[in-house]
Write a protein that binds this ligand. Structure first.
Ligand code: GLA
Length: 429
């Protein structure tokens, strides 16, 4: 084991976040913002690659947030700055911005913010005001923790308030139907303005989670339930391992998985793969294996594997939710059963969905070997982060074991986060 102390990425406190975003706003725009809004990143406990299949997911909001100091303008101009782009303010016009691949395409992270205004206008909120905004985020970028959804959702709650749309309410008294509508607009932003064909799990987590709870999200109808998830009270913790392996949702791999699921659903004659129950799975897999898709047996086998992951993952998610809600303490057999569901989820993502990578596999293996009760990749995969359910007093030992394994393998050093279920997007000051 290495003697190096593993690096934990701390969340900024709300005060620090508000102060930093306000200071940057003042420095660049030489004015006072109307307020500072924030939105959290997330980790998903289980239910991966189920959202665009109409299945279940179980994310929590992280204390790591994007903070947006914003001031409404009287025209239709949007100006954006972040510490990384301090030298060059992004300037755009709401009258001329448009989806990726069109002449109005917006570059880089600005698409996630200005794009939300674009989407809301297409949803009927016409003629929104422009704004100046300064962004300071402590959600690790590209770490698979929804750093982009955090940008969209911080813009959504800020625009909602300065334009008087009345959709968000507050984190304490949320307007859940209004937030669900904001989710739809943030997903549209991600899909069309940023060109990443993602589902809605990340944005739902950022806007609809509750502090101390996991969000049981049914992506078929958008309904949610709040599942108590106070690990610290059970003497447990959720360690996030940011593998630092490159992760991208618009490089074709994610889209290829989604397209395969759609093809499988079409062959099976269902709208979404969530329509296939665990009992119906063997029969569905036989039909897929026998399907003449015009692309040969390799394609049929791909569809079999992807479908098996999705249907079994939805089943595992349902089982974990039932376990967490049975009122018994998370110990002994129950803890072992929860860990097994997480382990099985990772195995299915590795073997059937083929969206893990050596760094993710090593993170979960090393965490388990160091005593984690269960571990799995979280988010889209192909890099990004893994999570491990560990004893509260073992967090640092497990992190050190993972860091040591990475060092021996010659991987870049990972970073770590302690995932405590935090509040959804709202206003800070
Ligand atoms: C990414 C996407 C989500 C979801 C997950 C996989 O995080 O943004 O919509 O599909 O991958 O569960």
């Amino acid at each position: 084991m290495t003697n190096d102390v593993p690096v934990f990425a701390p969340a900024m406190s709300p005060q620090e976040g508000a102060r930093a975003a306000t200071a940057l706003f003042r420095e660049v725009f030489e004015a006072e913002p109307d307020g500072v809004w924030y939105a959290p990143g997330r980790v998903n406990i289980i239910g991966e690659h189920t959202d665009y299949n109409g299945g279940l997911a179980l994310p929590i909001a992280l204390p790591h947030r994007a903070h947006l100091a914003l001031r409404r303008r009287d025209d239709r101009i949007v100006r954006l700055v972040s510490p990384q782009t301090r030298e060059k303010v992004d300037v755009m016009d709401l009258d001329t911005i448009g989806p990726k691949g069109t002449p109005g395409e917006v570059a880089h992270w600005a698409a996630y913010i200005a794009g939300v205004a674009w989407a809301l206008e297409r949803d009927g909120f016409e003629n929104l005001p422009g704004f100046d905004a300064a962004l300071v985020s402590c959600v690790p970028l590209g770490g698979g923790l929804s750093s982009s959804a955090a940008l969209e959702c911080s813009a959504a709650v800020a625009i909602d308030e300065v334009a008087g749309l009345g959709l968000a309410g507050t984190p304490e008294e949320p307007n859940d139907a209004g937030r669900a509508r904001l989710v739809t607009n943030c997903v549209r932003t991600e899909n069309e303005m940023a060109g990443a064909p993602t589902g809605g799990m990340d944005q739902s987590a950022s806007l609809r989670c509750r502090e101390g709870h996991a969000l049981e999200l049914d992506c078929r109808d958008g309904s949610v339930a709040h599942v108590p998830f106070d690990l610290a009270a059970e003497g447990l913790a959720l360690l996030v391992i940011d593998t630092k392996a490159k992760h991208s949702l618009d490089d074709g791999q994610y889209g290829a998985r989604r397209a395969a699921c759609e093809r499988a659903a079409q062959i099976l004659g269902v709208e979404l793969l969530a329509d296939i129950s665990a009992e119906e799975l063997p029969d569905a897999l036989e039909r897929l294996a026998a399907s003449a898709t015009g692309q040969g047996t390799a394609d049929a086998e791909e569809l079999v594997k992807r479908t098996r992951h999705v249907v079994t993952e939805i089943d595992r998610t349902r089982k974990l939710v039932e376990l967490l809600q049975d009122g018994r303490p998370l110990r002994g057999e129950k803890l072992a059963a929860a860990g097994e569901l997480m382990d099985a989820s990772h195995e299915s993502l590795r073997v059937d969905y083929e969206c893990t990578c050596p760094e993710l596999d090593m993170a979960v293996e090393a965490a388990r070997a160091a005593g984690a009760h269960g571990a799995r990749m979280t988010g889209g995969g192909f890099g990004g982060s893994a999570i491990a359910l560990v004893d509260g007093d073992a967090v640092h030992d497990v992190a050190a074991a993972v860091a040591g394994a990475y060092e021996r393998e010659g991987f870049n050093p990972p970073a770590f986060l302690d995932a405590v279920p935090a509040a959804p997007a709202g206003r800070l000051v």
